[in-house]
Design a protein around this ligand. Sequence first.
Ligand SMILES: Cc1ncc(COP(=O)(O)O)c(C=O)c1O
Length: 425
Amino acid sequence: MRNEVIFHESKKYMPGGVNSPVRSYKNTGMTPPIIKSGKGAIIVDEEGKAYVDFVLAWGPMLLGHSDKDVVKAIKETSESAIAFGAPTELELMMAKFLCKNLENIEMVRMVNSGTEATMSAIKLARGYTKKSKIVKFAGCYHGHFDGFLIEAGSGVLTNGIPGSLGVPEESIKNTLIANYNDKESIKEIFNTYGDDIAGVIIEPVAGNMGVIKAEDEFMNLLRELCDEYKALLIFDEVMSGFRVSFEGAQKLFKVKPDLITYAKIMGGGLPCGAYGGKREIMEWLSPVGGVYQAGTMSGNPIVMAAGLATLNKIKNNKEEYYNKIEELGKLLEDGMKEIAKEKSIPLTINRCGGMMTIFFTELENVKKYEDVKTCDEEIFKKYFKHMISRGINIPPSQYEALFLSVAHTEEDINKFLEAFKEFNI
Ligand SMILES: Cc1ncc(COP(=O)(O)O)c(C=O)c1O
């Protein structure tokens, strides 16, 4: 009851009772548990019910909840540094970490969220190329910036809305929509608008229409077209960065992006973001160049400390961590497929390391947005309710990814599989 009571009260003071729409469980016919605490792979709600967490704050908690080294960094830093709005050595350490450990990042700018990172990268692309049109792909989500709220994934797709009210025509007239993994669609857009295109933004491993990896040939074509028309190629690695490998999704492709955006894991669970790329482009940012982008909290010391504690820990254990996540992911994927076969439940699983989506569809391959739309949402809803009631916390939408952390164990995966064995469509 306590969950219900708090949620009911929350609705009086916050629209829908939440601060971000997908958390409301609106499309599931349920109300969300109110989460009180988390440790490792387990979160506990206000009624004391424990869940094995496969949402992980929508990706960031690769080390699991309240990792001791991250907590230590937050505590120690906050003793003497909360916010200055002035340069600190901690932000230099984070910038160096990103530039030294990630390919194609020569300089970075820190921001406070994934949305800020992507919208700032777009502004930079426009300033640098002196062109205005941006290409995005249907089903990809790059945050709630006006220019991205068309055919977006994540909560926009979950709630079945074409975009958002409050976005004026002028804000989206320079956004062109192409189809993911569809070479003809992107060629056609460049043939028509090529000279006006400032940049192409893509989730190289999409997570916001469910997990779909871009195909190599498609990515090669994006690079060729961007080069031919002098547009920038922007990888949105807000979700995939440090997730699908230590070096992110860019490691999975030969193609080199011009700009990359990060958030989620890089902040260790605190509000953060960053975008970076070639020095020549980044130096168009103010105060060196004329593209203005700023932030009172950008590079905040506590966020930088939590982020550095997280990233250093991942780096120092990267083989062990990513191998473990891959093994657990495979165990879950194989187990789900076997159970589904036995029970004649139609599903296809896409997985890239520790991010994975179970699509309830008859299709054998889910490679693009149209494929995703064949999913049976009614089965998903039933499955979601079932899993939550069995203490398995998964994203409340067919069009999201579930995540694994280094804190998960084989036992946690077995719990997931045991719960799924009891599910009937
Ligand atoms: C790929 C991608 N880009 C951008 C964003 C927006 O990030 P934020 O929610 O931190 O603004 C998200 C959020 O899930 C995302 O997955």
